[in-house]
Ligand binder design. Structure first.
Ligand code: CTP
Length: 397
């Protein structure tokens, strides 16, 4: 399945009568899962309004290279970095010539020069203009620079002529954009991931927590997003950067994480419990700072609910992957967790070795399921995440 889930697309709209189809192109790209931002050229603005493109794309339309406010918020370099592909539809003869010459005289041409993203061009113009040597030479130049030309169709043209030059239908254009991205068995799947450390308050200034950094969970999120999954990230305390393409939901305590997971788990295909959830919370959290009085202080802790075990008990449960952080009898304990929690996969993490596990950049794990016991050798968490998902896809998707 070709999909644009997690993909950012810039749609350049230039001066052609078929610019009226641009809102439909935006829709079709969105239907495939893309976020779309439109750049309107001066010519394009003669045929379609900024307002209609803004309403459909739900993003500000960009058109002016010299707009100081735009440069402050999202200038041409930011747009170039943001996008995964640039589609020009309709592409006029003038815009095509501009790009072939490598000019940077308007916003669209400047963004194209500043970007390494795939470039797709859907020409639309009168047949004589399309067949002209100049236009065809420009297209060949762009093809030699790896641009993809979405060849126009034949038919009756706005000017009354009959022949090649009509803009391809929006759905077909959107599908050609999607084809530029590799699709995997995770493409279009819904994944909910918990990560980071939960925090249990003792009083307004003190708490119980753990050393989890969230790095392993984040590596899994990044890999899932790269493979086209749509991800909900429910995170506690983390020391790593969030991926802006996931739906990020912060929590503090284990109870909050439990509620957030249960409220969002319906319809998810895969649940990955990577969070280091506190097994206990403080029975009587104090509203005021506890003062020392020279005597021992006894905190009463009450058990928290097990999120992973409860998700595994759901009637329509997703495929569940948990982590087992162990310091002794690691394999035995992890196998026990696999069975007791009722999950499909447990990733065993030996946290007695400080070289890997929590709060470091590398990890070494064992992928455990009912039929499988596969060691994934020490590597960066990014590479380990990819290996975990590769085995997971092979076994379950
Ligand atoms: N987990 C969870 N909810 C909890 C506790 C743990 O969802 N209240 C999940 C973790 O995210 C992890 C797995 O269960 O995927 C195992 O967590 P771990 O801390 O290794 O084990 P515990 O179940 O807490 O058991 P113990 O601390 O006794 O080893």
């Amino acid at each position: 399945m070709n999909s644009l889930t997690n993909k950012n697309i810039i749609l350049g709209v230039s001066g052609s009568i078929s610019a009226y189809k641009a809102p439909d192109i935006v829709r079709r790209l969105q239907d495939l899962g893309a976020q779309v931002k439109v750049i309107l050229t001066e010519g394009g603005a003669k045929f379609i309004t900024e307002l209609s493109l803004q309403s459909i794309s739900k993003n500000k339309v960009h058109y002016n290279l010299w707009d100081e406010d735009a440069e402050l918020s999202m200038g041409h370099i930011e747009l170039a970095k943001w996008t995964d592909a640039i589609l020009i539809a309709p592409a006029s003869a003038n815009t095509i010539a501009n790009i072939a010459l490598g000019k940077a005289n308007d916003l669209l041409s400047s963004v194209i020069l500043a970007s390494n993203a795939a470039l797709l061009i859907a020409p639309a113009m009168n047949l004589k203009m399309y067949q002209s040597h100049a236009l065809q030479d420009n297209l060949l130049t762009l093809i030699s620079r790896h641009a993809i030309i979405i060849k126009p169709e034949s038919g009756e043209q706005a000017c009354g002529d009959i022949g090649i030059g009509r803009l391809v239908e929006p759905l077909s254009i959107a599908k050609q954009v999607a084809k530029q991205f590799i699709s995997t068995k995770l493409t279009g799947k819904k994944v909910l991931i918990t990560l980071g450390a939960t925090i249990e308050a003792i009083d307004p200034v003190r708490f119980i927590s753990n050393h989890s950094s969230g790095k392993m969970g984040m590596a899994l999120i990044n890999a899932c997003i790269e493979m086209g999954a749509s991800v909900i990230c429910i995170y506690g305390n983390i020391t790593t950067t969030l991926n802006e393409k996931s739906n990020n939901m912060p929590i503090i305590s284990a109870q909050q994480m439990y509620t957030k997971v249960m409220n969002n788990i319906a319809g998810q295909d895969i649940f990955i419990a990577c969070a280091a959830v506190s097994d206990f919370s403080v029975k009587n959290t104090k509203n005021q700072k506890i003062k020392k009085d020279g005597k021992n202080l006894i905190l009463e802790l009450i058990p928290n609910k097990d999120i992973l075990a409860d998700v595994c008990k759901l009637g329509k449960k997703p495929i569940c992957m948990g982590f087992a952080a162990e310091t002794q009898n690691t394999l035995k304990n992890a196998q026990k967790k696999l069975k007791n929690k009722g999950c499909d996969v447990i990733i065993l993490n030996d946290v007695s070795n400080t070289d890997f596990g929590s709060n470091v950049d590398e990890n070494e794990v064992v992928f455990l399921s009912q039929n499988l016991n596969k060691k994934i050798a020490k590597n960066s968490k990014k590479k380990v995440a990819k290996k975990i998902l590769a085995i997971f896809i092979k076994e379950y998707l």
